[in-house]
Design a protein around this ligand. Structure first.
Ligand SMILES: [Fe+2]
Length: 183
């Protein structure tokens, strides 16, 4: 099975499930995040990062109902580990950092928290709340910190019920090209 086929199979198996507490499926959320990245003129690597940023959720068994979700599954870490075996750092690092980016934005952007969805506020507590001043400085020292913040904003935007986007199959060439960069 090629990598593109492997990713298609993962989304086919679990992507139709609801994206925790939101009005879109996991696959729709991924496609919308990638769509907003493309609209912003992001690099191919960053579009793939946006597309696959939540793949950790699909690899792990997590509850379908947000109310049952009482511990943080660290999907960003499991997803980044999986991606690191297949893609370059420019893709897996923003994914690894996308939850920290949310905690970073909550600490540094007063308007950001006000715009978070209620599901995202719920998980923020499980994820450790806003970063401390020390953690903010550590986060800003990460090589891919600005890319992680961009992915985070597309992640937050990608929760629009009924938004039309390109389908996953249209990203397979991009996925294959991006994976080759890791070789
Ligand atoms: Fe997400």
């Amino acid at each position: 099975m090629s990598l593109a086929e492997e990713i298609l199979a993962i989304y086919a198996a679990r992507g139709a499930g609801a994206y925790f507490g939101e009005r879109v499926s996991m696959t729709e959320h991924a496609l919308q995040s990638a769509y907003f990245a493309q609209q912003a003129g992001a690099s191919e690597s960053l579009v793939v990062a946006a597309l696959l940023h939540d793949i950790g959720h699909l690899l792990a068994q997590v509850p379908d109902d947000l109310a049952d979700w009482t511990a943080d599954a660290h999907h960003e870490a499991s997803g980044a580990r999986w991606l690191a075996q297949r893609f370059p750092a420019a893709i897996c690092e923003p994914v690894r950092l996308h939850v920290a980016a949310k905690r970073y934005l909550c600490a540094t952007d007063a308007q950001y928290f006000a715009k978070l969805s209620s599901a995202s506020v719920h998980t923020l507590e499980l994820q450790g709340g806003p970063l401390s001043a020390y953690e903010v400085a550590q986060f800003e020292a990460e090589r891919y910190f600005t890319d992680a913040v961009r992915v985070r904003r597309w992640d937050d935007a990608g929760k629009v019920a009924g938004l039309k986007t390109p389908q996953l199959a249209e990203y397979l060439g991009l996925i294959a090209r991006s994976a080759q960069l890791a070789g």
